[in-house]
Ligand binder design. Structure first.
Ligand code: HEC
Ligand code: HEC
Length: 538
């Protein structure tokens, strides 16, 4: 009887494999963590933080598996097999450590998780969501994996001396060590190197012994042949999974990801002029009328100043639509699927309204900071906004323009890109060419180095001293330089980075560290010190 069932299953799955194309076999999956946490939520903000860390956004589906979702058990088994050598040894591989080298966290707890909701337990590193997709006939079952907001928008916490604490992360702060390119390349190499299907399946079973017969057969007969085909095809075409570089350390390539989704990268072409965006902290973002550092998603009248009183339901809805749209490049969903998740995006906006960055973890010299506050008010507030004595951002000018920083990122927002994005955008924001950059709020700035849109300047001290900015410096797994405020590029003897660092090379395309002398010109060293002290507490 079992044999007959088994053959029926195989027959079904072979039929499925033949038919495995978007639409033929629809499944979507949810994450266990969201299902467990949502019943404890007592507000929209609670639901928002859950969606931010564990929402599926419709991105665990057969459709996204054609784009950016992965068959999680197969890809992690391939990674473990590459590391361990034999299937038997794969359970000994510490996957948390494997992912940590690419800046992907596996913390013990989330420091700013709501207290009344139990801390989520992990099946995968933070920001990597997994869920089981099933179809009744053909009888498919597969654990899909994808990356959600928290993979880029979460940070290790820092101790008083700037030492990173990988056991506790802070959602909403930037992951300044994320290296999605390293992760993608490793998966690609591991799949290419996996000796044969039997060994890979043996690794899956060694690591995930509870895998059902249905999932095993799906992986073996439907997914694996297809995956091997894709790897061979992409290898011949690009020598990589993707026709562009997905990230450097701490900076990601959202523009090419979206261009690919909008079919703007011609078949067979490899993009060589990519730029990478440093990830920002997410506090005070509701005051912006232009999003992205290049300001290329704009509301009507984008140059209007905003105050907390000008935030209303239509501005919340607009931001939510934009946030949802980010799942198109980041998670591989279609704009329609993104739009269908507007309620979740609105919850994320509600959470962002309550969110604050990790406070600066060391004492601040308050009299020096008070001197710095005056310099800030005179030299910086006209572009970066006005903070009151309690450090609330009371007015934000939405200044946009050219301060002499590297022009390539803004230039790459081409008329062609703008038109294609506007065909699929569904909220109040429109894609626009800008030719410049939008001054961001500086809240949480102490932990969001390296600085500028391209992450080309390691510390605020260097930003204030254009002539001293280094040509190259390491980023990834770093500690915070508490004196110069930013990435510690000369860490003390014995410090081991928690992720594998990469080198920022300011001679590379789009990576110039020049510009933004405005505001700093004419300041004495003493004034710069005072300003630095003030900026620490924002
Ligand atoms: C692959 C990494 C990545 C993922 C995943 C990601 N983001 Fe981002 N996010 C970025 C980067 C990089 C920027 C800055 C881009 C720029 O300025 O050009 C950004 C910008 C933003 C901003 C705009 C900030 C501003 O004021 O301009 C918001 C809000 C935001 N992200 C929220 C989200 C949410 C919510 C999700 C999940 C639905 C998400 N992001 C997923 C990398 C990511
Ligand atoms: C004329 C407008 C203007 C003034 C004045 C100005 N800035 Fe900026 N600032 C910008 C713009 C635009 C950017 C974004 C540039 C980029 O990323 O290429 C920026 C970026 C920054 C960043 C990097 C932010 C990040 O997330 O990486 C910091 C820090 C900063 N400014 C601090 C200051 C300080 C401190 C002052 C006052 C001494 C100041 N700025 C004055 C326009 C201004």
């Amino acid at each position: 009887m079992r044999r007959v069932l088994f053959f029926l299953l195989i027959a079904g799955i072979l039929a499925a494999a033949a038919a495995l194309r978007p639409g033929a076999l629809d499944f979507t999956a949810e994450t266990r963590q969201a299902a467990e946490a949502l019943p404890h939520a007592t507000s929209a903000a609670d639901r928002g933080v859950i969606q931010f860390a564990y929402g599926d956004w419709g991105a665990l589906s057969n459709h996204t598996m054609e784009v950016s979702a992965v068959p999680w058990k197969l890809t992690t088994a391939a990674l473990a097999l590459a590391e361990a050598g034999t299937p038997d040894a794969t359970p000994n591989v510490d996957l948390a450590a494997t992912f940590r080298q690419w800046g992907i966290h596996s913390p013990e707890r989330i420091a700013n998780w709501p207290e009344h909701i139990p801390q989520p337990t992990r099946d995968a590193p933070l920001g990597q969501i997994t869920g089981v997709g099933r179809a009744a006939w053909p009888p498919i079952e597969v654990t899909a994996g994808n990356a959600v907001c928290a993979v880029c928008h979460s940070s290790v916490t820092y101790g008083a001396d700037g030492t990173p604490d990988t056991t506790q992360v802070w959602l909403g702060m930037p992951n300044t060590s994320i290296n999605l390119e390293g992760y993608t390349q490793a998966v690609f190499a591991a799949l290419k190197a996996a000796p044969d299907d039997a060994a890979l399946m043996a690794a899956v079973m060694a690591m995930y012994p509870d895998t059902s017969l249905r999932e095993r057969t799906t992986l073996r007969y439907a997914i694996l042949p297809r995956l091997r085909g894709v790897v061979a095809e992409r290898d011949a075409q690009y020598g990589a999974f993707l026709p562009f570089q997905l990230s450097t350390n701490g900076a990601t390539n959202g523009l090419d990801s979206l261009r690919r989704r909008l079919d703007l990268i011609p078949e067979g072409e490899v993009v060589t002029d990519s730029t990478f965006n440093s990830i920002p902290d997410l506090q005070h973002r509701l005051l912006r009328r232009r999003l992205l550092l290049s300001g290329s998603y704009a509301l009507p009248d984008p140059d209007t100043a905003m105050t907390p009183a000008s935030i209303n339901d239509s501005s919340r809805e607009a931001l939510a639509a934009m946030i949802g749209y980010f799942t198109v490049p980041a998670m591989g969903v279609t704009p329609d699927v993104a739009e269908a998740h507007q309620p979740e995006a609105l919850d994320v906006v509600a959470w962002l309204e309550t969110y604050s960055a990790q406070p600066y973890p060391a004492p601040i010299n308050m009299s020096l900071a008070a001197e710095g506050a005056e310099i800030y008010a005179q030299n910086c507030a006209s572009c970066h906004g006005t903070y009151d004595d309690d450090l609330a951002l009371t007015s934000f000018p939405n200044w946009h323009g050219d301060v002499g920083t590297d022009p390539e990122r803004a230039r790459l927002v081409s008329p062609e890109f703008v038109a294609a994005a506007n065909d699929t955008l569904y909220g109040a924001y429109r894609a626009v060419e800008t030719g410049g950059y939008s001054a961001p709020p500086l809240t949480g700035i102490w932990a969001s180095g390296p600085y500028l849109h391209n992450g080309a300047v390691p510390t605020l001290w260097h930003l204030m001293r254009p002539e001293d900015r280094p040509a190259t410096f390491p980023v990834g797994g770093h500690r915070i330089d508490m004196e110069r405020v930013g990435i510690d590029i000369t860490p003390p003897e014995g410090f081991t980075p928690w992720a594998t660092p990469g080198i920022v090379d300011t001679a590379a395309f789009g990576m110039s560290a020049a510009g933004h002398e405005v505001g700093f010109e004419g300041l004495t060293d003493a004034e710069k010190d005072a300003l630095l002290e003030y900026l620490k507490q924002l």
